[in-house]
Design a protein around this ligand. Structure first.
Ligand code: NDP
Length: 453
């Protein structure tokens, strides 16, 4: 007879938690329960990647209608209904939620609905009932983080933006990261007057500087007003407008204000530190290379650990933990060459080093292409695609692949495999292109550009 109710209790039924639960149960025959206080599916499925991408698709039709005219189409009375889009998105999320419930049921994983709080190294309290497990996996994800400034209660976050009853005429978005630029693109395409307020010179910290500059140009051409190097110092609701007081004395008035200033791990008030799990000063769970916390029987994955906060990374972390626990082979996730996409308009995708990162460690050559995509020769749209390869001169290894332009995330996925396999520039050159595509540019760049940084 076993001492515990379960072999594994997972707290959080988001992407990482569900993947780990199903693997532990289906692949290793373990007795597993997953605790969830909200909707099964977590941030990615319910409040992030999935609903956001549906809105990106919905918004992009606005440009498609315009571009079609260059191809001989004419039309009358084109109409858009935000409420229909939101309703359709919600129907899809409900369907996905049911799929997740079914996947867990079919895998034999028990769902424990409620808030999971740690009691000790093997016990979780779920709304007053205690359950024990040999191992506990913390996968509680994150939540929008906003600065503590006067009037902050007058703003919304991406959570509310995904469920707005009607489109505002104007929106001011504070932040220049993934969420800010993605929502700026959605709202702008749908005809909302968008201002993006960033505290740095440019958007998307951490990406290649030319990627950031290209995206900024394209967003600006599409009509987004980017107000850079400004901080919001206070917020007030004045009649029907929200007024943002900026640090250099200027003020921005807007119908609606959305903050996208990062996310914090969901780790407060769950008994973690009381049990001995260590947290960073940002509230992230501190883990070793195998996602083990300071307590032997407790592991943690995904946004709660604030490593690389992307769904596919959390999936890998979840699978690695089950391998570590149930195959007897300590398995660490390899965080090199993790591709990253931003579903801005146009989208961005990168894998590997930026030019400035690569220059710090290597002698490099940079190959670049900047062109008008074929679609826009007839559409007449003033939009350019930028592609860039970073290559180590001595080893000829491709260190970075970057693209801003239509379908960039679809294009880069395959190049991520090439980088993971250690591909050289000579191997890129020996690859025959697919014509006519934008992607073929990556295998036809022959001459390095002169130094840009
Ligand atoms: P990010 O960390 O990407 O960006 C936060 C932005 O807010 C930065 O521009 C930052 O500026 C700015 N900021 C932070 N604090 C303040 C402040 N007090 N005042 C003004 N600006 C501030 O966070 P997001 O919220 O956009 O996204 C959270 C995470 O979710 C991402 O890091 C990513 O891991 C994940 N995500 C991934 C997506 C994808 O894969 N497509 C989509 C959406 C989210 P500064 O640069 O100066 O620090």
């Amino acid at each position: 007879m076993t001492r515990y109710d379960y072999d594994l209790i997972v707290i959080g039924a988001g992407s990482g938690g569900v993947r780990a639960s199903r693997f532990a149960s289906l692949k290793y025959g373990k007795r597993v329960a997953v605790v969830e206080k909200n909707r099964v599916g977590g941030t990615c499925v319910m409040r992030g990647c999935v609903p956001k991408k549906l809105l990106v698709y919905g918004a992009h039709f606005a440009e498609t209608f315009q571009d079609a005219q260059g191809y001989g189409w004419s039309y009358h009375n084109v109409d858009f209904s935000w409420s229909k889009l939101i309703e359709a998105k919600e129907t899809e999320l409900n369907r996905l939620e049911m799929v997740y419930h079914r996947l867990l049921k079919d895998a034999g994983v028990d769902e424990l609905m409620g808030t999971g709080t740690l009691i000790d190294a093997h016990t979780v309290d779920v709304d007053g009932t205690k359950f024990t497990a040999e191992h506990i996996l913390l996968a509680m994800g994150g939540w929008p983080r906003m600065p503590d400034i006067p009037g902050i209660s007058n703003v919304i976050t991406s959570n509310e933006a995904l469920e707005l009853e009607e489109l505002p005429k104007q929106i001011a978005i504070v932040g220049g990261g993934y969420i800010a630029v993605e929502f700026a693109g959605i709202f702008n395409a749908l005809g909302v007057d968008v201002r993006l307020i960033i505290r740095r010179e440019n958007v998307l910290r951490g990406f290649d500087s030319e990627v950031c500059a290209t995206l900024r140009d394209e967003m600006t051409k599409k009509g987004i007003d980017i107000i850079s190097e400004r901080k919001v110092i206070s917020i007030a609701q004045n009649n029907k407008k929200v007024a943002l007081q900026l640090d250099q004395g200027d003020q921005v008035d807007s119908d609606l204000v959305m903050y996208a200033t990062g996310r914090r791990p969901n780790t407060a008030n769950l008994g973690l530190e009381e049990v001995g799990v260590k947290l960073s000063d940002k509230g992230a769970i501190i883990v070793d290379a195998y996602s083990n916390t300071a307590i032997d029987s407790i592991y943690a994955i995904g946004d709660a650990t604030d490593r690389i906060n992307l769904t596919p990374v959390a999936l890998h972390e979840g699978m690695a933990v089950t391998q570590t626990l149930y195959e007897g082979t300590p398995t660490a996730v390899d965080y090199t060459n993790v591709p990253s996409a931003v579903f801005s308009q146009p989208p961005v995708c990168s894998v590997g080093m930026t030019e400035s990162e690569a220059r710090q460690q290597n002698d490099i050559d940079v190959y670049k292409s900047n062109f008008k995509p074929m679609l826009h020769t007839l559409s007449g749209r003033d939009e350019r695609t930028m592609m860039k390869l970073i290559v180590a001169r001595q080893s000829d290894k491709v260190l970075g692949v970057h693209m801003v332009g239509p379908d960039a995330p679809e294009v880069i996925q395959g190049f991520a495999v090439a980088l993971k396999s250690g591909a050289t520039k000579a191997q890129f050159d020996a690859t025959i292109g697919i014509h006519p595509t934008a992607a073929e540019e990556f295998v036809t760049m022959r001459e390095p550009a002169s130094e840009t940084l």
